[in-house]
Write a protein that binds this ligand. Sequence first.
Ligand code: NAD
Length: 491
Amino acid sequence: MNAATLNIAGHAVSPLHYINGERIASAETFDLFSPIDQRVLGKIAQASPEQVASAVTAASAAFPAWSQLTAAVRRDYLHAFAAEIGKRKDAFCEVESNDAGVLLSRMQHGVAPRAMLNLTYFADHALTLQDHMIVTEQATHYVKHDPAGVCAIITPWNAPLMLTTWKLGPALASGNTVVIKPPEWAPLTCSLLAECAHAAGLPPGVVNVVQGSGVVTGAALVADPRLARISFTGSVPTAKLIAGAAAQNLVPCSLELGGKSPFIVLEDADVDAAAACGALMYRNATQVCLAGTRFLVHARVRDAFVASMKSVVEKLTVGDPREPATEVGPVIHPRQHERIKAYVARAKAAGANVLWGGEPHPYGALYFQPTMLTDVAQDSEIVQNEVFGPVLTLQTFLSDAEVIAMANGTDYGLGGVCYGAEAHAKGIAEQVRTGFIWVNSFGIRDLAAPFGGCKRSGNGREGGDWSFEFFCDIKDVVVPKKPFVPSFSHR
Ligand code: NAD
């Protein structure tokens, strides 16, 4: 462990950038805190715009050779990369639990295996991409997926390992090289990813990581005219800045943004099943883009639902995310904690009533009680805005038409949940304008299925073929069947 290396729960993690296969320091650094207890984890290098440019230069230089490998060779590299994650599984889990406050149990059973799968699934899937031929009387069209070039990957702090690998897998598998800008509040597992890429023997420049803030490092990256793609997951305001910068160079962006997803409970729902699922919305202290945060409950089952969900929520264990029994951990940062408190205070001032919670949790400075607010108007701030903390709202309805209008009555359109008799719930789900919606369930995902939002929740879809559509340029190579005769009157 050299002087610059951090020791996180006994694991060595570099706080430096990873550019062209080397660890690079910066003159500037910033302090990283753990949300668990706000202890300083270390100083992280802050990339200057010049260092960002050097990472794009390295990725550009690595692109020709990497893009010309066969998909099978890249698959082997990515399987080796995933195997390196597997070897360091404990480090990934403990480090992300410490820097992002994610439940250690969730890291071990959900996130770490999924990170490996994000690489191997897309590596394998690249072999099945349908390069195809269109044969006409005149010519044969060979339609190919070409890698786009250098891709920027920018991710948020609530799920850095999962989200970064979810983009990295298809970007690399299809022959692109990448520059990753990790979230500054939880940057460490992206640094471990660089370690794994190195150990797996990926050529220098194929994967680069530049640490730093959004306003300096991120902004310099998205303004670079050499980028071919920007894949971004984060908030709506940041997406507007990134899309604006990308527009200057006409760089295509994939934007996976926030949500204010409805959790619908129909009159014919299994109320206790809905309530048990509802309590899951507090997972990761509701710092989950796809959580159902607006409960829309049929008025005739409202009291039974509230009693049932309250009894589940009262038993939730709030505490240190590293403890196996913990179900709700801290929020990420004092700024986020203040924001959550302010949302609740303004909602109460506007007439909201607290069904449960409503206050900071005594466990520690960055903990907040799982909260449910009711008597909230559809056009109120608390119903319309993403809180990104454990504060949910509950409204009632009396008809299908009413609940569909309420579900669709925000600017967001990411996800949703609908509990009810299956045919009824499916019928309602089909009329809710979101990128995905779960019927009598929550969180079932498959890497082959599309993921993304509509309206202000973003554009584009990730997953399966959709990821490759984004990270590839589709090219038509046209070969005439008869000798070509040049003619000015030819169409
Ligand atoms: P954020 O938008 O503040 O930051 C996301 C990333 O963008 C960070 O790495 C940040 O450094 C970077 N960034 C900030 N300003 C930038 C700029 N000007 N140029 C380039 N990069 C810049 O989001 P956050 O607070 O980290 O994350 C929470 C948000 O992410 C929530 O809105 C949540 O819903 C959303 N999210 C969406 C999904 C999804 O798949 N739809 C998944 C997880 C989180």
